[in-house]
Every structure is written in C-alpha cells, then in structure tokens.
Design a protein around this ligand. Sequence first.
Ligand code: CTP
Ligand code: MG
Length: 227
Amino acid sequence: MNYTVVLPAAGSGKRMKADKNKLLLELFGKPIFLYTLEVFQKDPNCDAIWLAVKEQERGLIENYVKRYNLTKVQGYATGGTERQDSVRACLEAIPPCGVVLVHDAARPFIDKEVIVNLVEKAHTSGAAIAAVPVKDTIKKAENGIISETVDRDQLWMIQTPQAFRYSLILEAAQKAHNDGFMGTDEAMLVERLHYPVAIVESTYENIKMTTPDDLIYGRAILESRLQ
Ligand code: CTP
Ligand code: MG
C-alpha cells in the first residue's frame, strides 16, 4: 500500500549541543538525515518524500539529495518555529494523497515492517502511530516525593512514523493551528477531534537522535546491522 512521507527536518537540535543542526552531524561519514531519507527512497511503497527545512539550510540539503540520488524527494516546505508548524507547512504543500506518514528526520533506524503495518492500519482506520511498551516502572512525583506508581501495562512510548489519511491529518493540523493548540505529536491533533488512533508496535531501535549519547547508540545500531 502506497504513501507519501513528510519529514520535519527544520529543527536546530539544541539538546544535541552541537554547533549546527544535529541532522547534519555524521555517523560513519554520512549525515543523520540521509540515513532516514534512504529508508524511504528504498521502500517501493513510498511514492514521494517531502521535507520541511530551514530556508538557510535548503541549498545544503538539496545538494545532498542530488548527490545521493534521492529521486523520490519531490519538494520542500519552509519549516516553522515549532515542529508542529513545520509539519503543517509540509502537509499544506504536498499534493493530495491517500495515506501520509509523518516521520522525524531524526529517527534514522525505523523498521520497514513497522512502516507497512502503519500504512495498512491508517488506510483502514484513519490513523496509526508507532509505539513501544514502556520498559521502566513509571512513577509520578510532587516536590520530589512519589505521589503515585502508574500501572505501566497500558503505557506506550510514542514514536514516529505516525500515519494518517491525508484529509484527516490536514484537517487536524489546520484546526490545531486555528485554535492555537500545540501538541507534542500529530496524533494529539487527531485525538482532540475524537477520531480513533491505533497503536502499531515498533522497535526499541527506532530512537530519535536527541542528546549526545544518542550518537553512541546510533553508531552501535549501524555497526550491528553490518554484522
Ligand atoms: N523539527 C522541525 N521544525 C522545528 C523543530 C523540529 O522540522 N521547528 C524537526 C527536527 O529537525 C527533527 C524532528 O522535528 O527532525 C524532531 O524534533 P526534535 O528531535 O525536537 O529536534 P530539534 O527540535 O531539532 O531538537 P531540540 O528540541 O533539541 O532543539
Ligand atoms: Mg525540538
């Protein structure tokens, strides 16, 4: 089942504490965002890739896209102040399609099977998001004192990709913008319209390159895949 992918790549990577957008940092000589792009370039079900980028980084990113022959990249949108603004700009720029996948450019290790399952689920039920079961015991604390231990059986750590019917996510993103609502993922924008969002189990390898230690894990994952 085919889909279009929207990749927000217009952040600055403050938590990575590098001197540039973390997506341009290299793992074994290749910038992080290219690993992500290559997953979709190689996926026969992916029709088109759209990127949200910072205006001042567009030239640089376009050059990489040409050099790595990423022929599925069909367009760019200018990213906004918040991730949600970048995603909306991209959603408004893409041609209408059946299913759209929103995926952080900062998650290069997404599994192919998970993508297939997400797209299928979104096709049938409208919205599906990648997630993994919580591993640790989770507690709430007030002023440094535990107030509650939460039952983790029902808890999931949410990742991207998040897959949606195109018309549904466009409506949800535009409504959130008009209402001044800011969520931490796309699913929240759909949930507030009372549409059901399905969970698709993903892998723990699908980390988001966020802090400097993630570079260590990233290298380890790449090394393990060479074996
Ligand atoms: N992103 C974006 N536009 C923004 C902010 C983030 O397109 N205004 C993108 C990032 O480039 C990244 C993805 O959204 O691919 C996930 O965001 P995050 O991991 O938070 O990246 P940054 O915002 O760049 O990092 P930080 O929050 O540490 O500054
Ligand atoms: Mg951020």
